[in-house]
Structure formats: C-alpha cells, structure tokens
Design a protein around this ligand. Structure first.
Ligand code: NAP
Ligand code: 3JN
Length: 340
C-alpha cells in the first residue's frame, strides 16, 4: 500500500530554523503531499525550493492553513500565539518552535528521546510545543542518567552559538569579525554588545529575579519534560560560535553513578553520541556536532566535591536537534502513531 502523504505548512520558512526544517523534511524523506511556505509580507513572492521544485512564499495569515495536516511554526512567539489556534481550527496539528505554548498545561512539550508519550496530549489544543534548543540537548543527555540514578539537582552553564538568534545574528558575527580583522571598528546591532571575540552573559531579556528569560526557560521546561520536581539553576552565555550550543552540566543524583556506569548508560542512549577519550584529546566540540542530529556527550567526571555528583559536557547543533530535527521527529511520531 502507498504511504499516506501529509500536507505540510512551514510558518517562518525563510528563517534560519524554517530553512533547516525544509532540509530536514527532505533528508528524512518525510511523506509530504502538498507543501506551503509562509512568512511575512517582506518575503511574499520569494521562491524557495522543496525537493528540487520551486515553491513561492505566501503570507502567514489566518486563511493559510486550509487543507494543511501539519503546521510547523518558527516565525516567533507572537505569530505562534496569533496563528496556531487558526491553524488548529482549520484541522492542522501545529508543532511550534516558539516559547508561546510551552508551559501551557494543555500543550505537550516534547523531546522524542525523553517523553514521546506526551504527544498523545496534542488532541487538547491541536498544538505540540518544541522546547528551547538548550533544554532539548540537555534533557537528551540527562534522560538515561535520570532513569538510572534519579537526578535531584542540575547546575548548567551554556555556551550558545549566534545562530540561536537567527539570520541577522549570523551575519552580525561574520561582519564584526571581518571588520575587526581589518582593523576597523565593529558595530553591535543585534546584541547589546559586540559578540565577535567576546562572550555575553545575557541571552534574551532579564526577569525580576535577575535570571534571563533563556535561563528560566531551561529551568521550567526541563521540569515539565522530565516530569520531575528536579532543582535546576542555569547561566546562559552567548559565544562567538556560528552553529552548535555547548553546555557544562553538573548533576547530583539519588543513586551514585560512577564514570564507568555513566559511559555505559550514555553509550547506548537514544539520540546520544558518546565522545570521550581524553587521553587522545577527544571530546565534544561544536565544530563536530554542527550539521549533525545527535547530541554529543563527553568530559564525564565525578564531581568530587559532593557525594553523588557528575560533570558532563554536552554539545548539539542548535538549529537541527535544538529546533528543526526535533520538530520533524515529532511530526514523524505524530503521523505514524496518532494520525495514520
Ligand atoms: P529568523 O532567521 O530571524 O527567521 C524568522 C522567520 O520568521 C522568518 O521566516 C520571518 O519571515 C518570519 N517572520 C518574522 N516576522 C513575521 C511576521 N510578522 N509574519 C510572518 N512571518 C514572520 O529566526 P529563526 O532563528 O529562524 O527563529 C524563528 C523563531 O523560531 C524564533 O523567534 C523562535 O520562536 C523559534 N526558535 C526556536 C528555537 C528553539 O530553541 N527551539 C531556536 C531558534 C528559534 P521574513 O523572512 O519574511 O521576515
Ligand atoms: O538564543 C538561542 O540560542 C535560542 C533562542 C531561542 C528563541 C529565540 C527567540 C524567541 C526563542 C525560543 O525558542 O525560546 C524564542 C521564543 O520563542 O521565545
């Protein structure tokens, strides 16, 4: 029997994440019937390609979702807030990359390797939320450790690539680097300070408690996905890297996990690639994880300052596993298990 085909819309198709979604649908051979690319007025009429054929970009509006089965959103939170309900009303299931719906109790927040079962909740609002990129790669790495030893506390510091901010930030790092190398001053437009040859301990805006929104997303989303009251604290930092977020993650567990056990758990963990051979200077790095769908894990050591502590270093391509790949994986499970 021929495989069922699904009509797919991508809201934000012209952006960094949308572009990667197009590539992921192609690479993973997702059974697409009709495809629609949606964006702002600025992009209407632009021509993109899908599987070698031209597709004209249309306006994201309330009538754009007639006949669509799956709507992948990456056009920013306010667009998701405004248009996901219309898409769901028209019969599409929305897979939303923004933070707009993540903490809604009637919207599942899904990382397939961790809580694929939560997808079943999509029927409540017709929306499934994709977590923040920094959360996704961390929970993929922590899931097997949590299943074995129950994590009680997580302390994470991130080193996030500029592609997490979108197309304009990728250009900003490239332009600033060029200007500085040519002895000219570099102008900061996207970030509050220069990003080239610098680190910014601020991602998104500050909340009243002194944490940034990005840090609070990591804290709240991790607890929802892991279905746990685990204590989490986060410091998120922007670094001059184009693709690939890195994270230093310290955990305390109920049951001790020694290094040998951690290696065994992570070696066969879904979505993980264990890269840890320090004798040969082998560990995860963004230059290796960029362009890949797996979450790279290494530098595993016991935290000798506490009883049951472990340090790990986690790296993944923030635009792929952190956004587009995770969304397409959700679409695969949704269509195969629930809509098929
Ligand atoms: P980007 O490169 O700046 O692209 C933004 C996209 O949104 C473009 O397609 C843009 O269309 C579209 N857009 C902007 N304003 C619009 C409007 N008023 N109406 C319709 N479309 C509009 O940004 P990005 O990096 O792809 O990120 C897009 C969104 O994805 C973010 O805002 C965030 O919510 C989400 N995201 C999630 C993660 C994650 O951690 N899971 C990571 C990165 C981003 P035009 O080209 O026409 O302007
Ligand atoms: O900065 C990063 O590395 C990840 C950024 C994610 C992001 C950027 C703009 C708006 C988000 C997100 O996914 O949380 C949002 C948002 O939708 O709030």
């Amino acid at each position: 029997m021929a495989k069922k085909l699904w009509n797919v819309a991508i809201a934000g198709a012209t952006g960094a994440v949308g572009n990667q979604m197009i590539q992921c649908l192609e690479e993973r051979n997702f059974p697409v019937g009709k495809i629609k690319f949606l964006a702002s007025e600025r992009s209407v009429g632009k021509i993109l390609e899908f599987r070698g054929k031209p597709v004209v970009v249309e306006l994201l509006d309330h009538n754009a979702f007639e006949g669509i089965d799956i709507a992948l959103f990456s056009a920013g939170g306010s667009r998701s807030e405004e248009f996901c309900p219309s898409a769901a009303k028209a019969g599409a299931v929305c897979i939303d990359n923004s933070s707009a719906w993540r903490m809604d109790p009637d919207v599942p927040l899904v990382v397939p390797e961790v809580n694929a079962h939560a997808i079943a909740l999509y029927t409540k609002k017709g929306i499934i939320a994709n977590p923040n990129c920094s959360t996704i790669q961390m929970v993929v790495a922590l899931k097997p450790l949590h299943d074995y030893g129950k994590i009680r506390r997580i302390v994470v510091s991130t080193y996030q690539a500029v592609s997490g901010t979108g197309k304009k930030a990728i250009d900003e790092l490239r332009i600033q680097t060029g200007e500085l190398l040519n002895g000219r001053p570099a102008e900061a437009k996207v970030y509050p300070h220069r990003i080239a040859f610098n680190c910014l301990p601020q991602i998104d805006s500050f909340e009243a408690n002194g944490y940034t929104k990005e840090e609070m997303k990591m804290i709240n989303e991790t607890r929802k996905i892991m279905e746990s009251d685990v204590k989490v604290t986060a410091t998120t930092v922007r670094v001059p890297v184009f693709y690939g977020h890195s994270e230093s993650v310290n955990i305390e567990t109920e049951k001790k996990i020694n290094v040998t056990k951690a290696f065994e758990l992570l070696k066969n963990a879904p979505g993980c690639k264990l890269v840890d051979d320090v004798a040969h200077k082998v560990y995860p790095m963004p230059i290796d994880a960029a362009g890949q769908d797996l979450t790279y894990v290494g530098r595993i050591r016991e935290d000798e300052s506490v009883e049951n502590g472990l340090n790990i270093w986690v790296v993944a391509d923030n635009i792929r596993k952190g956004a587009a790949t995770n969304a397409v994986q959700i679409a695969e499970i949704l269509t195969e298990k629930y809509l098929g």
